[in-house]
Design a protein around this ligand. Structure first.
Ligand SMILES: [Zn+2]
Length: 88
């Protein structure tokens, strides 16, 4: 039996840096999850109720948007927004 439930985060699509999960708690019932790059500070533009969705979105973004950009260029941001829009 595998007990490993670690989420696999792909490296940052912008700089290739390490991505981490972030969880924000606003109240007992409210929390938001997103993924952030520790290197350039890029983060998923939307927050998710559960970490699973946030990670899926992040990894998806890496797949869809793997072209090079040094430190989160603006033109990538607009594409990122589009990708996240499609997920709604
Ligand atoms: Zn980065």
């Amino acid at each position: 039996m595998k007990v490993k439930t670690e989420h696999k985060l792909k490296p940052c699509p912008f700089c290739g840096g390490q991505a981490i999960t972030q969880e924000m708690h606003y109240s007992m019932l409210q929390s938001e999850n997103f993924v952030k790059c520790v290197n350039c500070g890029a983060e998923s533009s939307r927050y998710y109720d559960d970490m699973h969705s946030a990670i899926k979105a992040w990894n998806r973004r890496v797949n869809d948007n793997s072209r090079k950009c040094c430190i989160c260029g603006k033109h990538i941001n607009s594409q990122t927004d589009k990708i996240f829009e499609e997920r709604r």
